[in-house]
Ligand binder design. Structure first.
Ligand code: GLY
Ligand code: MN
Ligand code: MN
Length: 473
């Protein structure tokens, strides 16, 4: 994979970690990339590097490790050059070329990892590694530490403490730099184009041929036809793969939150919800659009669609520096609840006012997820959702119970989050029938700027009229 980010940027990130280790009293940080996973027999699942490792190296080969010492010295372990394996699996960078190419101080074959790691760990007062992202890593580190302990009689000192490296990296990754923002913007543009294409193809597939004209498109239109268009558009613009499994949900399937594109038919009069985004050079995008498969919303669909859109607009208005991470969710939920009461999804007589419903949580029958999440290298990216360094305070939870909670994170320029309200109506007693089986979500990716936010995914229309116009075109 080509990275458009210069090696010096990764070098600076490694230097920041070294500085943090120094500030914490010294030590060494260890970080492996992701493992390869066999699919069956001779086939592996498509390989995807570890995001933390990539953030510090820009290196995408498997079986690689990085060590950063508080002194600033960096060591890489990677696969050795091997003509036989390279004929089968592709060219390897190799330890000889790695320092020049990646800007690390030293590089060794990963075959020497066990021997070299215990030497690197000796006489360090602390070791930092990711605690929760690599199965078996603690045991591996323990094995190396035991080797150091075995040499204590010869004067070696063993690290006295272990810390979670992600604590340092999560905070860095939360604020995106100009290089990252450029890639995220481009990923957003590609994904938006894919949604446009899916809408257009949906309308074309559903269009009835004129009388007596044999249609060139004789297929029964299905969810997977639209998924194919998404993948085509991602890949033809250089995206390596989708950032997550694409959801293409026709009709009632839209009410299943983690539905995947399958075989359901796209039927005139129904909606299709697509939640899909590409990954480009290690960075995600995450867009949802909901559209009428044949190009025209029914009145009931349009009513709910406009409520969700207004909810998103309310959330966007408070997605800016100084606001808290939960403010967009609270703003969107208030609008959704008002809409649910207005159209009779919730009975005012039974449920009371908007504030009553916010307190009772009755809206969760139709809106059961949060309005956003951090996004970056991972579609659900890392970063604390509460304000670091703040004290827990007593507050009411959604059910009115007093709980101790840290205040939510204050939004800052450079953070990236999604804004994705929705309404999902499963058939149920007391729910107006005209809304049954309608599922709508609208999702865009927002970069917090100095004064507000930039929506990086608006290359695909979001207003109902604009979607209809696009699909007519
Ligand atoms: N596509 C995953 C999400 O929207 O959170
Ligand atoms: Mn999302
Ligand atoms: Mn999504």
């Amino acid at each position: 994979m080509n990275t458009s980010i210069p090696a010096t940027v990764y070098q600076k990130r490694r230097a920041t970690i070294a500085k943090a280790l120094k500030a914490a009293g010294g030590g060494i940080a260890l970080l492996p990339t992701a493992s390869e996973y066999p699919r069956n027999r001779d086939s592996d699942f498509p390989y995807r590097h570890d995001s933390y490792f990539y953030y510090l190296t820009g290196f995408t080969e498997p079986a690689s490790w990085l060590a950063i010492e508080a002194s600033g010295k960096t060591t890489l372990f990677c696969r050795p050059k091997d003509l036989e394996r390279e004929i089968w699996d592709g060219i390897r960078l190799g330890p000889k070329a790695a320092p020049e190419s990646l800007g690390v101080d030293e590089a060794f074959s990963v075959e020497t990892l066990d021997e070299k790691m215990s030497l690197l760990l000796a006489n360090q007062n602390a070791v930092w590694f990711p605690f929760a992202t690599h199965k078996g890593l603690e045991t591996q580190v323990d094995g190396w530490l035991n080797k150091v302990r075995a040499r204590i009689r010869f004067g070696a000192e063993c690290p006295q403490s272990q810390h979670d490296l992600c604590k340092l990296l999560d905070e860095m990754r939360l604020i995106k730099d100009a290089h990252e923002i450029a890639i995220l913007r481009r990923a957003g543009v590609i994904s938006a184009g894919a949604h446009v294409r899916a809408m257009q193809v949906s309308a074309a597939l559903l269009r009835q041929p004129a009388k007596g004209v044999k249609s060139a498109l004789t297929v029964v239109p299905r969810e997977y036809h639209l998924e194919a268009e998404l993948l085509h558009e991602f890949r033809r613009h250089g995206s390596q793969y989708p950032a997550y499994t694409s959801i293409v949900a026709a009709g009632a399937n839209a009410c299943i939150l983690h539905y995947r594109a399958d075989t359901a038919e796209l039927k005139t009069g129904e909606l299709c919800l697509i939640d899909a985004g590409c990954e480009l050079d290690g960075y995600a995008s995450d867009i949802t659009r909901t559209f009428p498969v044949s190009g025209t919303f029914t009145p009931a669909q349009r009513t709910l669609y406009d409520i969700v859109l207004r909810a998103q607009e309310a959330a966007i208005a408070v997605t800016k520096p100084g606001k808290r991470f939960t403010d967009p969710h609270d703003a969107a939920t208030r609008v959704l609840v008002q809409g649910m009461l207005d159209v009779g999804l919730l009975d005012t007589k039974k449920h009371g006012t908007v504030d009553d419903v916010l307190l009772s949580g009755a809206y969760r029958q139709f809106y059961m997820h949060r309005t956003g999440h951090w996004m970056g290298m991972d579609v659900h990216d890392c970063g604390d959702y509460t304000e670091p360094g703040s004290k827990p305070r007593e507050e009411k939870d959604a059910l009115g119970k007093m709980v101790m909670k840290k205040p939510p994170r204050i939004l800052q320029p450079g953070m990236v989050l999604t804004i994705e309200p929705g309404i999902y109506v499963r058939p149920a007693k007391g729910v107006p029938k005209q809304f049954w089986n309608i599922g709508i979500r609208i999702e865009d990716d927002a970069l917090i700027t100095a004064k507000g936010c930039e929506l990086m995914t608006r290359g695909v229309p979001v207003k109902a009229d604009e979607i209809e116009a696009l699909m007519r075109g």
